[in-house]
Ligand binder design. Structure first.
Ligand code: SAH
Length: 359
């Protein structure tokens, strides 16, 4: 599956990270070097994780010294905290001093763990797409800290390489569920997906982009015919309730959002995931589940129920497990595909909704 945008001509190099093999070949040729140096550069950036061009030992010494100041575009780890379940939260410092959060989520093979405690089944990275977030959803810590700027493509790719290096394991899955709203930064997100897929080698089907929904953008994303999973943060079964949680919902009717999602399924042939945060007494009643099932009738989709993870600024509560299961049961009775997703990393404030780029 090819990803054609953004085009070479729209990208300015450096920073070099995020560039395709073709872009790197073109760049080295601009520097008066043969094209095969571009292949070497590609290998050193994506497989060896080089942080300074001066360290690429296969390059001629003289050229290396000329390259020393040219940025690759890597961040530095400012802080690292590990939750009891093995989830690692990183605060990464970008070259302009801004700090973002990235989470590495290991899934262990329990059977083999006795022999080899480090045997990983999966390593998922939860990446940020913006510094802060302008959406200001009521239940989410990220929005409480305001919004600074979009991340560039290399800053998104860097998060994955950083986790890969720290775990000394290849990343298998990526979820765009960190700080920010990916569809407000579509070009950089698509550029990063292209790179992660083609240069880092992560299958599109192992990449999930989560959005609260921006008018017209899901339709636009569908035109790229990607094999990624689209996750939509729905959180309510009707317009009135959704508006109470999500300020931007005032400008985007839930029916329009769902219509775009249907188009997405038609165009890409991929089912859509709906995320539904469960807030006790607010959107977790059986009648809410009934209404949700009705909304999604005949829809090729999957509902992920996310029990609320507490943040300090608001006083929502996580429902009891009985209530959570009852909600799931109603959906199942209506043949709605559903699972409950308990977030990882809760104790390190690394779970869904708890990310705010602080320790
Ligand atoms: N802006 C995008 C990407 C963020 S994804 C989006 O909204 O989808 C983060 C996911 O965690 C979203 O589904 C979000 O709604 C959910 N979330 C936010 N705050 C949460 C909280 N306190 N507890 C559980 N999930 C939360």
């Amino acid at each position: 599956m090819s990803i054609t945008i953004p085009q070479l001509s729209t990208i300015s190099l450096p920073p070099l990270l995020g560039a395709s093999l073709e872009e790197l070949k073109a760049w080295v040729q601009e520097q008066g070097q043969p094209a095969y140096r571009g292949k070497q550069l590609h290998d050193w950036i994506y497989n060896q994780g080089v942080r300074s061009l001066a360290d690429i030992s296969v390059f001629p010494k003289k050229w290396r010294s000329q390259l020393a100041e040219i940025p690759i575009g890597r961040s530095t780890i400012d802080h690292r905290s590990v939750a009891p379940d093995g989830t690692v939260k990183y605060l990464l410092r970008l070259t302009d001093g801004q700090v973002i959060e990235t989470v590495g989520i290991p899934t262990y093979k329990w059977k083999q763990r006795r022999e080899n405690p480090n045997s990983l089944d999966r390593l998922t990275v939860c990446v940020s797409t913006q510094v802060g977030c302008p959406m200001a959803c009521d239940f989410c810590a990220t929005g409480k800290g305001g919004y600074q700027r979009n991340l560039q493509r290399h800053e998104i790719v860097d998060q994955v390489l950083t986790v890969q290096e720290d775990f000394q394991q290849r990343v298998s899955n990526i979820v765009f569920m960190g700080l920010g709203e990916p569809l407000l930064n579509t070009d950089n997100v698509l550029g990063a997906i292209r790179c992660l897929n083609q240069d880092v080698g992560i299958g599109q089907r192992n990449i999930t982009v989560s959005t609260v929904g921006i008018p017209g953008r899901i339709r636009q994303l569908a035109q790229h015919h990607l094999q990624i999973t689209l996750a939509v943060s729905l959180h309510a079964p009707n317009q009135a309730l959704r508006e109470k949680l999500i300020p931007s919902a005032h400008h985007y009717q839930i029916d329009d959002l769902l219509a775009e999602c249907r188009e997405y399924v038609e165009i890409t042939g991929r089912r859509v995931s709906f995320e539904y945060i469960l807030l006790a007494g607010f959107n977790d009643l059986p009648e809410h589940a009934e209404e949700l099932a009705k909304c999604l009738r005949g829809f090729q989709s999957h509902v992920n129920l996310i029990p609320y993870n507490p943040i300090s600024e608001v006083d929502y509560q996580r429902p009891s497990s009985d209530r959570i299961q009852a909600f799931e049961q109603v959906l199942k009775q209506h043949n709605t595909a559903v699972s409950i997703r308990y977030s990882r990393g809760l104790e390190a404030d690394a779970a869904c909704g708890q990310l705010r780029a602080s320790k």
